[in-house]
Ligand binder design. Sequence first.
Ligand code: ADP
Length: 497
Amino acid sequence: MAGLFTTIETPNNIKYEQPLGLFINNEFVKGSEGKTFETINPTTEKPIVAVHEASEKDVDLAVAAARKAFEGEWRLVTPTKRGRMLLKLAELFERDIDILAAIESLDNGKSLSMAKGDVTNAAGCLRYYGGWADKIHGQTIDQNPQTLNYTRHEPIGVCGQIIPWNFPILMWSWKIGPAVATGNTVLLKSAEQTPLSALYAAKLVKEAGFPPGVVNIISGFGRVAGAAISNHMDIDKVAFTGSTLVGRTILQAAAKSNLKKVTLELGGKSPNIIFDDADIDNAISWANFGIFYNHGQCCCAGSRILVQEGIYDKVVARLKERATQNKVGDPFHHETFQGPQVSQLQFDRIMEYIDHGKKGGATVAVGGERHGTEGYFIQPTVFTDVTTEMKINQEEIFGPVVTVQKFKDVEDAIKIGNSTAYGLAAGIHTKDVNTAIRVSNALRAGTVWVNSYNMLSYQVPFGGFKESGIGRELGSYALENYTQTKAVHYFLGDSPF
Ligand code: ADP
């Protein structure tokens, strides 16, 4: 039986105390059923440590703690003080950046430099929402001289948050920052593949001075703890980031239980479009970064590169050359760009797609195989000779696999760009302002990058059109996900009735 804490030494010789329990009411506790599960190091395929697993009953306990805080102590904390707690939390993230980044590299497999970027952005996000905490207000509305109408933007209540494994600490901050800034309380479930950084950050929540029950963090499985959250009758809102398949389940569970508010940030199959007049060096660099960053495990990955016919051959040659230059290997090695995929399951799924592409008649221009013999490493893979309908061109692969397709003109680019069920993001590379604006207006995507890719910022909203999601995260838009508007009609005269 696992204890509640253990000492871990990471491959870059960082020794720290790792919490293993469920974080409920500001304390680490064991799971009520006494179950634990192991988290695997994707670089070595060996277990790192076992953490306590949340059951349905533990979800109830965490919801009760969050409810008590929401109705009690948290209500009395002023918005300014809420903001200060978030600012303090951001500071603690920055203080412990080396620990948090090493945990991410160990548990998720992303390179240490990328992991540090994630922690820096997570701290920035918490600080950004800390700044918003005392700037949330409604309107006064002049209806007639006898009535004072005003609106209040009130917190929704207890929020269940379910996050994925591709950006564990960053998703933690995207979820907790706006929820807490607006006065809600939270029960967050990390992904079963990557529970460690969320628990370490829970320790920092307590140190930052949040009252018990405001932020509760549990480790556990989707079909147990995740389902318990989305079906819960006393959770007022659920926010989810993950696959479109699970997103549908969550929306159904919300509908069948208490109609809790739902926001979903789901999958994508985003086009990255390179026009004949693009700056080729920059376009190649962004296209490579667009798909291979985070090993292709980005919902907004530019996984379909569309190239105008005049430069198609040149771009394919350059992309092949560029892809083979990405250093694949140990996430703790300073030159590494691409680490392992997160799990055996993900590795198998991706290899299956690669196999499907090969058998379906697409050409492997580069890659297409496992990298090495240990760890879930996959070679950066570029497919050419693809058609729009192919499975590898329609479904989210969530790995280092990209297709390259030829197009004729602006209309053709828009048509192919919009040809999937997803609508999360898109990239356009051109020097022509008219082309950039025309195409970005016509693409059905929540984010369009012009002459860049994957550049997210906590000040700017992010979310999907079509089957890529509901609602927007980040920026001031995320505040709308965590507040509900109350209209107050204050009548000043005598009753006319
Ligand atoms: P992936 O397939 O990439 O692992 P998922 O969408 O399955 O992505 O997982 C994202 C998050 O959703 C994880 O925290 C996971 O535990 C959770 N999850 C999975 N299945 C369910 C479910 N049926 N209900 C609620 N949450 C779930």
